[in-house]
Design a binder for this molecule. Structure first.
Ligand SMILES: Nc1ncnc2c1ncn2[C@@H]1O[C@H](COP(=O)(O)OP(=O)(O)OP(=O)(O)O)[C@@H](O)[C@H]1O
Length: 452
């Protein structure tokens, strides 16, 4: 009996793929065919596969390239190679680079089925293991990401896929969207969970200090270096180094970072020799790194190296449906931190009002607001009237009438009404209304159509 799974079969000869498809489908697998390595990599990026069966020798992007790309996405995906007679050397190379098994052509189908089934069973165990680790990480309060919107669910799935890979990860998204939390989740859900998680903000230190902070220095390496320092790369050995605001890293340090990523070796300031470290890099930025590359302020080679796996964190205004859940989460947290607070919850009207604000500071801004309410408000249930004085000054005025009368409307309807009200308030100028609300003008058009 076979284990169910979705398999990607890669061969630049269509007939070979077709020949494999039937028996694999009969055995209960869902099979996708890719003709050539390039198509395979594109498909693996777009769709999660449970296993990949790949020809080794292909024109252009070959089997080893596919292996590398798939393992960069998720190092647990078993990749089984097929090689022509005489291609054993490259098959051995593939095994060294993490292939699960190789078959020499002509191979027996029952052999392929047997190994595939075994690989998938092992993968299923690994997936279960990850789920256990995630549950443990959440219990310990680490990586506790809140949100059930489609955007967040997509993010969780990507975190799951990427946590086990070795490749560097780039987190992109505006300030306060949870990039550090995601970096922690990647660490604590992956195989490095028992190793160190070290975070550094690249803007927090002047250039030379950042250099010795990251790479370490010998005693006397420069004036004032009265003690040797190991540096954060060495401290993060066996774990993850989170480089926040990587866009602001000085060019000279970017070159050094690239070298560490390429050969896994760091050299302390003032040292002759280097030492090997095993560190996974997770970098984050709220800036447009492509633009910084164009301006010559960020190295293109480092960008490509970091950009292999990129996770995009959506602004809070694009996942407003998570706001009620976040309010609940932060209320519980604020209460725990402020035991004397009387606040128990926010009224539905207050939550509905929060769900319509633009939130330029994203989740952090919402979290700070709830914390402020916990300290300042004296009642158990915070209503609209108590909320209003604490809203950020740039926030558009909340229209209490609409909110109070229609608090039982679905959030989407409420949002549409609020948008319509804001458009009127901006004299019919939708671009301006979109700006004030912190949303795209196309969202206004969409909501208008929905509202009819
Ligand atoms: N999805 C989420 N669930 C729960 N808390 C969140 C979530 N996203 C962000 N937070 C909280 O919001 C605050 C800001 O998050 P974090 O520091 O991870 O953001 P960031 O994107 O790294 O910001 P910056 O770019 O300014 O460094 C943190 O206190 C974090 O706990």
């Amino acid at each position: 009996m076979s284990v169910e799974g979705r398999i990607l079969v890669v061969d630049d000869h269509v007939d070979m793929g077709l020949m494999l498809r039937e028996p694999l489908t009969d055995a209960g697998y869902v099979v996708d065919l890719a003709t050539g390595g390039e198509a395979a990599i594109r498909m693996a990026r777009a769709q999660a596969y449970d296993a990949v069966l790949c020809d080794l020798r292909m024109e252009g992007v070959d089997g080893l390239d596919v292996l590398e790309a798939v393992r960069a996405l998720d190092s647990d995906i078993p990749v089984l190679m097929m090689t022509a007679f005489g291609g054993v050397e490259s098959a051995v190379e593939a095994m060294k680079r993490g292939a699960y098994h190789y078959f020499t052509k002509p191979f027996r189908l029952d052999e392929v089925l047997l190994f595939l089934e075994r690989a998938l069973k092992e993968r299923r165990l690994q997936v279960e293991n990850r789920a256990l680790r995630r549950a443990a990480a959440e219990r310990s309060g680490l990586g506790a990401l809140v949100g059930r919107s489609a955007a967040m669910r997509n993010l969780y799935e990507l975190i799951d896929r990427v946590a086990y890979a070795q490749a560097a990860v780039l987190l992109r998204g505006p300030s306060g969207t949870g990039k550090e939390l995601v970096a922690r989740a990647l660490h604590f859900q992956g195989p490095r969970a028992s190793g160190p998680f070290v975070a550094v903000n690249c803007t927090a230190l002047p250039h030379d200090l950042l250099e010795s902070e990251l790479f370490g220095h010998l005693k006397g390496a420069f004036t004032g270096a009265t003690h040797a320092r190991r540096g954060l790369f060495v401290e993060a050995d066996g774990g993850t180094l989170f480089l926040d605001e990587i866009g602001d890293m000085p060019l000279e340090l970017q070159a050094r970072l690239l070298r560490v990523l390429e050969d896994g070796e760091v050299r302390a300031v003032g040292a002759d020799g280097s030492r090997t470290v095993d560190v996974r890099i997770v970098a984050a930025t709220h800036q447009d790194l492509d633009a910084r590359v164009r301006e010559g302020r960020f190295r293109a080679d480092l960008f490509y190296r970091l950009n292999v796996v990129t996770l995009l964190l959506p602004p809070l205004a694009e996942r407003r449906e998570d706001i009620p859940l976040l309010v609940e989460h932060f209320t519980a947290r604020a209460r725990a931190r402020n035991p004397r607070s009387r606040m128990q919850s926010l009224s539905p009207e207050a939550v509905a009002a929060l769900a319509t604000l633009p939130w330029p500071g994203n989740v952090r801004e919402l979290e700070n607001l709830i914390e402020r309410l916990a300290v300042m408000v004296a009642s158990e249930v915070v209503g609209l009237e108590e909320l209003r004085p604490h809203l950020p000054p740039e926030a558009p005025e909340v229209q209490p009438l609409v909110m109070a009368q229609h608090a039982l409307w679905p959030l989407r309807r409420l949002e549409a009404e609020y948008i319509a009200w804001m458009v009127t308030r901006c004299g019919g100028n939708k671009t301006r209304a979109a700006e004030v609300l912190g949303i795209d003008v196309s969202t206004i058009h969409r909501r208008e159509r929905e509202r009819g």
